[in-house]
Design a protein around this ligand. Structure first.
Ligand code: NAD
Length: 266
């Protein structure tokens, strides 16, 4: 079977380097291009802590696509850049696997249109860790019985957006499952702005940013005389790679926009 050719965008970033390593180690995938706004001309393999692979970093995504013709782009760049990157990929009929968070509802609707216009596909996944997907699934289930819930997400202090895409997705899933509910005391008053976290459909989401953390989340349910905590920890960035690779393998078998890895895998 012919190998799936892959372009990694953000290849000099923390996630991008991990993806480069995972792609190089997968016998069914071929790394054909690596793009980043930094590190131009450097070997992507060496940046990822592997032997040189002969693919050097370039900065112009569109031009790189035209010269290397990848089948799939994996994007781990930054919230301000991802929408434009996805547009370039889809207009070049390159399927996109997107881990970068921060895309709005309107942008997702536009991405869906581009996949239809270009007969291609795009996966946007707030979290590629399979354990995190299970956490979300279990949280959704628990909220049927424990509708009072708060979410605490914890990430490294270089993360730009808050709350995390995973926290928002978890809250959306809970909201779909439980009856509408305004939690907390109606006269609750914050003595310091933000003390109660972000408000989402009656529940609260709290974001912790500290060095030493990777990606963690607790979903805490409270009921009469009992609490239930569902927690997931990504201890290192390798935790995301089985999900990323599964997505790269499958993305061209589907069409349109898929939001959430669970909708591609489960
Ligand atoms: P990072 O800052 O280490 O890496 C981002 C890289 O993208 C940098 O090398 C930067 O130079 C590059 N970049 C920025 N703008 C660019 C552009 N326009 N074109 C090309 N390259 C560009 O960040 P990171 O920790 O690797 O995270 C990247 C993104 O992935 C963030 O949005 C983060 O929230 C998200 N993330 C998602 C998951 C998931 O499972 N979905 C997991 C971890 C991180």
């Amino acid at each position: 079977m012919a190998k799936i050719t892959v372009l990694v965008n953000g290849a000099n970033g923390r996630m991008g380097r991990e993806v480069v390593k995972a792609v190089l180690n997968d016998p069914d995938l071929s790394l054909v291009a690596a793009v980043d706004r930094s590190g131009e001309g450097m070997d992507a393999g060496i940046l990822a802590g592997m032997p040189a692979c002969g693919v050097t970093l370039s900065t112009d995504l569109a031009q790189t696509m035209e010269t290397t013709h990848p089948m799939v782009m994996v994007d781990f760049t930054q919230p301000q850049a991802v929408f434009g990157n996805v547009q370039i990929a889809l207009e070049h009929k390159v399927a996109a696997v997107v881990g970068t968070t921060g895309l709005s509802e309107e942008q997702l609707a536009q991405i869906r249109l581009w996949t239809e216009q270009n007969a291609t596909s795009c996966l946007v996944a707030p979290n590629f860790a399979i354990g995190a997907l299970l956490m979300m699934r279990f949280a959704r289930e628990a909220s049927r019985f424990f509708p009072h819930v708060e979410i605490i997400e914890l990430h490294h202090d270089q993360k730009l957006d808050a709350p995390s895409g995973t926290a928002i997705k978890t809250a959306e899933l809970i909201q779909e499952e439980r009856q509408a509910l305004q939690q907390g005391h109606p006269q609750e008053k914050e003595l310091i702005n933000g003390a109660r976290g972000a408000a989402f459909e009656g529940m609260r989401i709290h974001s912790v940013r500290l060095p030493g953390l990777v990606a963690h989340q607790e979903v805490i349910f409270g009921s009469v005389g009992q609490t239930l905590v569902i927690r997931h920890d990504s201890i290192n960035r390798e935790s995301f790679m089985p999900g990323v690779l599964a997505a790269v393998h499958r993305i061209r078998e589907v069409s349109g926009l898929i939001y959430g890895l669970e909708n591609l895998l489960f």
